[in-house]
Write a protein that binds this ligand. Structure first.
Ligand code: MG
Length: 328
């Protein structure tokens, strides 16, 4: 269990909404620039601060949010984790225009053809599994559902990740992202954020040298004057979980006073803009709450009401039931 639980139910609801809508807003802001070099973005747009059209209309989200919606829908329907149901929900929601990664498409196809959800993903990439950021990008609903029980949060983050990403670095990225969102959620936004403690909690959780080193680099970068080029060089901006989850955590911490600053910072780092934007939006939204998300973005965001409803339903489950059902 955690100590700094948010007892104000209204604030808790705002934070639940912030985590899920924050994911979608960051995703939609980054959507037009996915794969773009940051130098190109800068020369063409200056600093991206608004939602532009890309492969999809302005305000549209990509696979990140579509899968995040699937995680939330499944947790709500089962009042907890049910792997087979979650995998089937991903398949039901799948829309190929949203830019799904190659590996996830294979996994979902295998499951739809009858392969077990527990075995489908481990065959990817010659049997080593994927270490992409696809499990981390969709994890926000797990963080809000288990925000008050960190042991369960970690367990369910692992299970949720493994539906599509079984490489230890892919799973660890999802766990660290889930934990970062929950840590942010459990902080009061009007009290000073203890960055040292925040990073130490993540460092204590990290298992691999890869993530331990990245978290050390986050700390170094936060304690000096730096440039986005150095952040990209040290933390990364790519599709691998270890080259994007630490980047999102840094983007939040370096801009923790303002949701808009955090998400625009993340997107302007380039390359995996939608996912780094989505993950930063999830952490920052969980910290500040829904009201901190700029109206100019909410007005453009696709499917806002459905995403809000999902967060509200999870809040109802958490505030009206004493205990969720045991996990299957
Ligand atoms: Mg995407």
């Amino acid at each position: 269990m955690v100590e700094n639980l948010i007892e104000d139910k209204k604030l808790l609801k705002s934070k639940f909404l912030g985590a899920l809508v924050g994911t979608a807003v960051g995703d939609a802001l980054g959507m037009p620039f996915e794969g773009y070099d940051p130098k190109y973005i800068q020369s063409r747009y200056g600093e991206v601060k608004d939602m532009f059209p890309g492969k999809l209309p302005a305000g549209s989200y990509t696979d990140d949010t579509e899968m995040m919606i699937g995680v939330a829908e499944s947790l709500i329907e089962n009042c907890g984790f049910n792997g087979e149901h979650m995998a089937k929900t991903f398949i039901k929601n799948f829309n190929s225009s949203r830019g799904y990664g190659f590996g996830v498409q294979i996994v979902l196809k295998l499951i739809s053809e009858g392969e077990s959800w527990e075995n489908a993903a481990e065959n990817l990439f010659g049997g080593i599994g994927s270490y992409g950021n696809g499990a981390a990008m969709r994890i926000a609903p797990v963080s809000i559902f288990y925000y008050d029980n960190f042991d369960e949060l970690i367990k369910i983050a692992v299970k949720t990740a493994k539906i599509t990403h079984t490489h230890p670095l892919g799973v660890e990225g999802a766990v660290l992202q889930a934990y970062a969102i929950a840590l942010a959620l459990n902080q009061h936004p009007l009290k000073n954020l203890n960055i040292e403690n925040f990073l130490q909690s993540l460092q204590n959780l990290a298992k691999s040298e890869t993530y331990k080193n990245k978290i050390k680099k986050i700390k170094i970068l936060l304690n000096k004057k730096t440039s986005k080029w150095e952040v990209i060089f040290l933390l990364g901006n790519g599709i691998e979980a270890f080259n994007s989850v630490p980047t999102a955590i840094y983007s939040f911490l370096a801009n923790h006073k303002n949701f808009e600053d955090a998400v625009t910072y993340a997107v302007n780092l380039g390359v995996d803009t939608d996912t780094i934007g989505a993950m930063t939006g999830a952490i920052s939204g969980a910290y500040h709450g829904f009201e901190a998300i700029p109206k100019k973005w909410l007005n453009k965001l696709e499917n806002l009401n459905h995403i809000k409803n999902l967060a509200e339903k999870i809040w109802e489950i958490k505030t009206t039931q004493t205990q969720p059902k045991p996990n299957i």
